[in-house]
Design a protein around this ligand. Structure first.
Ligand code: GLN
Length: 547
């Protein structure tokens, strides 16, 4: 349903404190607009200096989300995909680092013809060009600005969107500001002052918000709403309550109930005739709210201190639960613990063990131990990327008698069961990575096809033998060991289409033991749970009936 006029832009900024869930707010608003039949695009501007988040620690910045076209991006793009079902691309996320990299490359080439290169206009122009590029097919483009208003590194981005507000036709842009109304128990009130200050900050750089989206833990009383409208210079109807909800998948419904989409459309002069079609969100919400049972999955990893480090993974498990009508309880376990202690007491009452992606030696032996425990005790095991590599090393050591089996990621080894490949095929092109090159952007990244062997467990789960999944790794299981490992009972159930790279493995005869070299969690959606997560949770339900 397009009304023929040009694309409209919604700029989403944040104030008061970080971590208010701007990404989720943007994604949920997109979902509601989509439910009204609009074509929506989401993009993220990140003010930090890294060229991309690929080299950032997951414990600081959370997960690195990989797109089909192989970009390492901000985890908010994961929210965008999960809420809209639309695959994000490299062109949906940009950082200060990337912008400067491009500008400096141009400057060195002499493209600026002797000009002095400055933040205004060169950096702001580059930001504006990025924001405006490639949007013809969309009714709404939602642009989220990372960080909080007032951050020094955010200034060029705020300046760029301010300029866009002036340069675009009247009524083509909307500024939405996400803030926090903290409840102060001693006063018994929701406080509006932090929001007033945040809006003051925003106005001092020339941006007047059109909508305030206010995070709060209780309803906003009339008086506070009036105050916010008055002091922040917005309509009272544009003060939107964003109440805490139990499940993130309730957010589209709660925005709808709070009137956010109506206010957005009203700003653009659109009077909707119909209600948005939110049935699928109602179904998801209902299923999350009323599970018919529960299972416990242990995630044995290295970055368990920050849940955002495994965002897509925990969401994909939730989706697996939605598909099976159960609640999935996640037990986060630092794998290093298993290097010192017996895993048994930790894994009692656990119905499935998942070893996720990871990098580096720390905790690796603990993951190998978790894989062994799952194999021997016949507990469902799901190894993702690093988790597959560790499971293969475990099988090599315990079943194929290759005692020194290891990964070259941890240093020289006599038995490189997992090793660095320096070239591989993507489509028809040969790609190469240097042994000692940069760490940034040098991995096998993005979507690759894989062929699954007919009759294997994984082929049955996918219901297909040709699949495509996203990758992010430097190392691969070494095919030179394939025969010995298969003889020992570890089936190489999937390979790259040319048969050269192992993509999936499974233990024959085990109730559910699957390793995948890719990251299936990146493609799971609440309304379209990934088959592997659906099946893994189903296996955990079976397991829960045994114990
Ligand atoms: N560290 C391993 C590699 O580079 C696994 C990476 C991952 O789990 N994403 O191959």
């Amino acid at each position: 349903m397009t009304d023929g006029t040009s694309t409209r832009y919604v700029f989403i900024t944040g104030g008061v404190v970080s971590s208010l869930g701007k990404g989720l707010a943007s994604a949920a608003l997109a979902a509601v607009l989509q439910a009204r039949g609009y074509r929506v695009r989401l993009r993220k501007l990140d003010p930090y200096l890294n060229v991309d988040p690929g080299t950032m620690s997951p414990t600081q910045h959370g997960e690195v989300f990989v797109t089909d076209d192989g970009a390492e991006t901000d985890l908010d793009l994961g929210h965008y995909e999960r809420f809209t079902g639309l695959p994000a691309t490299r062109a949906d996320n940009i950082t200060t680092g990337r912008i400067y990299q491009d500008i400096i490359a141009k400057e060195r080439r002499g493209d600026y013809l002797g000009a002095t290169i400055q933040v205004i206009p060169h950096v702001t122009n580059a930001i504006k060009a990025f924001v405006l590029d490639g949007n013809d097919a969309f009714d709404f483009v939602l642009v989220e600005i990372g960080g909080t208003v007032g951050d020094i590194e955010g200034l060029p981005f705020f300046e760029a969107i301010r300029q866009l507000g002036q340069e675009m036709p009247r009524g083509a842009t909307l500024f939405m500001h996400l803030t926090l109304l903290p409840y102060i128990p001693s006063a018994g009130e929701l406080k509006t002052k932090p929001t007033q200050h945040s809006v003051k900050e925003l106005r001092s750089i020339g941006i007047q918000p059109d909508i305030l989206l206010c995070r709060c833990d209780r309803p906003i009383p009339e008086e506070e709403r009036r105050k916010l409208g008055l002091f922040c210079n917005v309509r009272e109807s544009a003060v939107i309550e964003a109440r805490d909800v139990d499940s993130i998948y309730d957010v589209p419904l709660s925005y709808r109930a709070a009137g956010l989409d109506r206010e957005v459309l009203a700003h653009f002069g659109i009077a909707p005739e119909e209600e948005p079609r939110l049935d699928k969100w109602r179904t998801i919400s209902e299923r999350v709210r009323n599970p018919e049972g529960e299972v416990s999955i242990a995630i044995v990893g290295k970055y368990t201190g920050l849940k955002d480090a495994y965002k897509s993974l925990s969401e994909a498990l939730t989706h697996g639960g939605i598909a099976n009508r159960v609640r999935v309880n996640l037990e986060w376990i630092e794998s290093e613990v298993f290097e010192r202690e017996d895993p048994a007491p930790f894994l009692e009452g656990i119905h499935g063990i998942l070893v996720p992606g990871g990098f580096g030696q720390r905790g690796a032996e603990g993951k190998i131990r978790a894989a062994r425990y799952a194999r021997e005790r016949r507990i469902p095991y799901f190894g993702i990327c690093f988790g597959m590599q560790m499971a293969v090393i475990e099988a090599a050591r315990s079943l194929a008698g290759i005692d020194a089996a290891n990964s070259t990621e941890f240093g020289e080894t006599r038995e490189p069961v997992v090793g660095l490949l320096t070239e591989w095929l993507k489509g028809n092109e040969l790609e190469r990575r240097a042994q000692a090159g940069d760490l940034g952007g040098t991995m096998r990244l993005g979507a690759y096809g894989a062929t699954l062997r007919e009759g294997t467990r994984i082929a049955e789960i996918y219901g297909d033998t040709e699949i495509s999944e996203r990758h992010r790794h430097r190392y691969e299981v070494n095919m030179a060991y394939r025969e010995r490992l298969e003889a020992a009972g570890l089936c190489f159930s999937g390979t790259s289409p040319d048969g050269l790279l192992p993509e999936t493995v499974e233990h024959v005869g085990h109730p559910w033991f699957i390793g995948v070299q890719f990251h299936p969690e990146l493609k799971s959606r609440p309304f379209e749970p990934h088959p592997l997560f659906r099946s893994f949770v189903a296996a955990a339900i079976e397991q829960s009936r045994l114990v």
